[in-house]
Design a binder for this molecule. Structure first.
Ligand SMILES: [Ca+2]
Ligand SMILES: [Ca+2]
Length: 461
């Protein structure tokens, strides 16, 4: 899909409201004055009158204020909008400081305002909603995963603090150099001697998963372009299409020993900046893809995944694990043996939505988990109307999402059993942790809410 944003145009609601309000105008005499009975409203009218505002301006103002949770900016543009309609609506002529008189017309105007607001609101939600949602039932954490939690993630050392803008993923090459992609479009790397290098500039804020390759350099997922190879000699595009369609929202990638690249597409419908709409819609638009460098071909291994996110290979490369974020589970896709090509559940009922996953040296997996919903907001995911409401008014998203409030990583054995669970329960040091990678007895934590990478010693963990 293209880079379309599904968020509503800022004037949809006021214009819709205005049209409805005009339809209801025959019942309203705008020459009437507002009641002095309502002291608060009167004070506001007096304040705003000093700005030269009219009743119709105020109605637009309130419609935007109430429905959009923002004060329109610039306010004067609304005056212009009103002037265009001044032949239809004669603005309220304000009288002196004591000029407010109660009027039944004012009640009619208020009723029409309320009715028009409700209609505009409903129309906006059901006809301009960017999603066609299904209910999503957040899983109950299963008994096997009821593992004791710890505040371990609050003990991280912050590396590269201030240099790294939301480093989502981390990888190491054979020489122990750390690579990460940041929101300012850089691939940055940390040398063994502790010095950071701005290594390659790709641009944009759309770089996610990274992996090192056997032939040197790294491969990075660009949610706009596809898969990019980044090496000493520059940046090249490996693949941007599958089955004739553009690859959008490539999320994470891993290289097998034969050079094949396995990577996920989180959503073929929504872009990176609208990723939460995919969660709200709760319809599977994710894919697991394979890029064969010898044939220069890209193919779809799995389709209809629920936000395909992290991808990891097992120690023997006999299976792949792909995370399905809003199904709170990871799938196992067999690459070898008699089950080759088959898919089964690797782990489900995780205590959060799995983001990136990495193989640990002992053959188990580290998985970063996202708190997809704030406590007490789970009902939003089961109600279609609530989903439409939240998707239509992006400012509500902050009330529903919980990623910024917590961080959690788990270690899961090759058999899918939970082994460890580390938290930052209130996000005071780390939140929105998207990646956990073990290297030389330390865990390296990427995040979409920090300006550093967390480094946690595992010997004491
Ligand atoms: Ca990765
Ligand atoms: Ca990811």
């Amino acid at each position: 899909m293209s880079n379309t944003t599904f968020l509503p145009q800022p004037l949809h609601i006021p214009i819709l409201f205005y049209l409805l309000f005009l339809l209801l105008l025959p019942f309203i005499n705008l020459h009437s004055h507002c009641p002095h009975k309502n002291k608060l409203f009167r004070v506001k009218l007096l304040d705003l009158r000093a700005e030269g505002l009219t009743l119709t301006n105020l109605l637009i103002f309130f419609s935007r204020y109430i429905l959009y949770f923002e004060i329109p900016e610039p306010f004067t543009s609304l005056s212009t909008l009103n002037q265009k309609r001044s032949l239809l609506i004669k603005p309220l002529a304000m009288t002196g400081n004591n000029g407010f008189r109660p009027s039944k017309h004012c009640l009619q105007a208020c009723s029409s305002f309320a009715l028009a607001s409700t209609l505009a609101f409903t129309l906006q939600i059901y006809f301009f909603s960017p999603i066609s949602p299904d209910p999503l039932h957040l899983p109950h954490v299963s008994a096997t995963l009821n593992y004791p939690t710890s505040n371990k993630l609050q003990e991280v050392a912050k590396i590269g603090e201030g240099l790294l803008d939301k480093p989502e993923d981390v990888c190491f090459d054979g020489e122990g150099i750390l690579y990460t992609a940041t929101r300012d479009g850089w691939i940055k790397r940390l040398h063994r001697n502790g010095s950071w290098e701005d290594w390659r500039l790709i641009g944009g804020d759309t770089l996610l998963g990274v992996t090192t390759t056997r032939t040197g350099g790294i491969v990075v997922c660009d949610t706009q372009k596809g898969l990019l190879k980044v090496g000493e000699d520059g940046v090249s595009l490996l693949t941007s299409h599958v089955n004739g369609s553009e690859i959008r929202f490539a999320d994470d990638v891993i290289e097998a020993s034969d050079g094949s690249l396995y990577f996920s597409v989180a959503s073929s419908k929504f872009g990176l900046h609208d990723w939460y709409l995919d969660v709200l819609e709760a319809k599977p638009h994710g894919q697991l893809l394979k890029y064969d460098p010898l044939l220069n071909e890209t193919s779809i291994l799995l389709d209809n995944l629920a936000f395909a996110n992290g991808v990891a290979l097992s120690q023997d490369e006999d299976f792949l694990v792909v995370c399905e974020t809003w199904k709170f589970r990871c799938l196992k896709y067999w690459l070898k043996g008699e089950r080759k090509g088959r898919t089964e559940v690797f782990v489900d009922n995780l205590p959060g939505g799995p983001d990136n996953i990495n193989l640990a040296p002992d053959g188990s997996f580290w998985i970063a988990l996202l708190e997809l919903s704030r406590e007490g907001m789970g009902f939003v995911h089961t109600s279609k109307a609530s989903k439409h409401l939240v998707a239509t008014f992006p400012k509500l998203l902050g009330l529903v999402q919980g990623m910024q409030k917590k961080a959690m990583v788990v270690k899961v054995g090759a058999d899918g059993k939970m082994m460890k669970r580390f938290n930052d329960p209130n996000g005071s040091v780390m939140s929105f942790v998207t990646n956990a990678l073990e290297f030389e007895e330390h865990l390296y934590l990427g995040s979409l809410n920090t300006n550093f990478i967390g480094k946690l010693p595992l010997t004491t963990a």
